[in-house]
Each structure stands twice: as C-alpha cells, then as structure tokens.
Design a protein around this ligand. Structure first.
Ligand SMILES: CC(C)(COP(=O)(O)OP(=O)(O)OC[C@H]1O[C@@H](n2cnc3c(N)ncnc32)[C@H](O)[C@@H]1OP(=O)(O)O)[C@@H](O)C(=O)NCCC(=O)NCCS
Length: 191
C-alpha cells in the first residue's frame, strides 16, 4: 500500500556541478511511536540544553496541545531521523492557532536543507488539516523564507518581552479572519 504521508517533495537539491557527492534527499513524514527516542536525541543534540527535547516529551503528554500528525521528521538517506519540526495547539485570544516549536536538525546534517524540508512538510500538513495560522518565535532571518512575517502586523503579541521581528506569523488560510490579541501557549512552554 502506498503511504501518502511520506514525501520527498520538499527536497532542496544542490545544483548539479559535477560534484561526486550529491546533496542528500530528505524524506519527510509524521513521527511514529518508534521515532520518539530519535526525536528526543535530535533535539538534545541540536540545542545547547535538553530543555527542547524535554519540551517535546511534555507536549506529547498534553492531549490539548498535541496533534500527532503535526509532529514531523525528515529522514536522512539511511532512514535515521535527521531533522524535526513540531506544531502544537496554541491560541490567539480564544482563536485556535499553531505554535511551531521546536525545529531542530542534527548538527551533522545542518545547512543541507533538512530543516527547510521538514518545516515545509509540517506546514503543508497543517494547511491540509484546515489550520489557519502558525506562530513561531525564532531566528528572524530564517522564517521569512516560509512566509512568516512579524506577528505584530496582525496585532498578535506574546505575553513576554521579545524583539518584534522574532515573533512571526504565517497565515495558512486567507479566508479566515486573522485573530489579534495575546498568544496563549500550551502549559509545557512555561510562559
Ligand atoms: C535552525 C535549524 C533548524 C536550521 O536547520 P538546517 O537543516 O540547518 O537548515 P537548512 O539547511 O534547511 O537551511 C539552511 C539555511 O538556514 C539558515 N540558518 C541555519 N541556522 C540558522 C540560524 N541559527 N539563524 C539564521 N539562519 C540560519 C542558513 O543560513 C541557511 O540559509 P541559506 O539557505 O540562505 O544559506 C538548525 O540549524 C538547528 O537545528 N539549529 C539549532 C537549533 C535551533 O536553533 N532551532 C531553531 C530554533 S528557532
């Protein structure tokens, strides 16, 4: 049976320059129970502390936040988990939205397209579910390439101090009015 959740559509291939080692291809798919240890390991390796790896485990235990089909991995060519991206349920005021966090690529696979592949894949999965809005707090140079723009343009604000350009929003469904107000994160974020 064909597994329609698996995708290689989000490959960022290097130009063909005659190099003997072509860029790896990234297969993206939702995580399975068998991936949990690898997902923890990718987050633990990508960030300076285990906090993000522990955050994922705490979110997985929160049925109000966790959306199993929006926890995504990118596989390296050998089938191991190379990168990870997670969308969980948050709210802007009372309106449902999604928080993108964390995003992580194993250090040995960084800057080879795995992060972009897994982010594009999880955003597509959210769009297919009919989700309307995604928020991310992160590197202001990284997320605009996916269409994220300052959340403040929509009157969306976090309940903590952060540089304006670091809190960004992506509207997935233009037909839904974009809510404004305070972002309410799942409890596991501790904010
Ligand atoms: C950020 C991260 C997920 C990017 O994944 P990746 O697989 O290395 O990234 P990709 O290969 O898909 O994309 C590379 C691009 O991202 C940019 N990029 C990578 N890390 C970046 C960073 N920390 N800040 C800004 N840009 C970054 C690169 O400059 C590159 O841009 P270019 O295509 O214009 O040259 C990865 O570097 C990582 O795990 N970092 C540590 C954990 C982290 O900071 N997570 C994000 C929290 S917001």
């Amino acid at each position: 049976m064909t597994d329609h959740t698996r995708s290689t559509d989000h490959t960022d291939e290097a130009p063909r320059t005659g190099s003997p080692s072509p860029a790896p291809r990234w297969t993206t798919r939702p995580e399975t129970a068998a991936d949990r240890a690898a997902v923890h390991a990718v987050n633990a390796a990508a960030f300076p502390t285990p906090d993000e790896a522990d955050l994922v485990d705490a979110l997985r235990a929160d049925p109000e936040a966790w959306l199993p089909e929006l926890s995504y991995v990118a596989e390296a060519p050998d089938g191991s988990v190379a990168a990870y991206a997670l969308l969980t349920r948050c709210h802007v005021g009372d309106a449902p939205a999604l928080a993108l966090a964390p995003v992580a690529t194993l250090p040995r696979y960084q800057r080879q397209g795995a992060g972009q592949a897994v982010i594009r894949a999880v955003l597509d999965a959210a769009r297919l579910r009919g989700e309307a809005l995604v928020l991310v707090l992160g590197h202001p140079e990284y997320y605009p390439r996916f269409g994220f723009a300052p959340a403040s343009r929509h009157g969306i604000r976090p309940g903590f101090e952060v540089p304006d350009e670091a809190m960004t929003a992506l509207v997935l469904d233009d037909s839904v009015p974009v809510p404004s107000g305070l972002i309410r994160y799942p409890a596991a974020f501790g904010v």
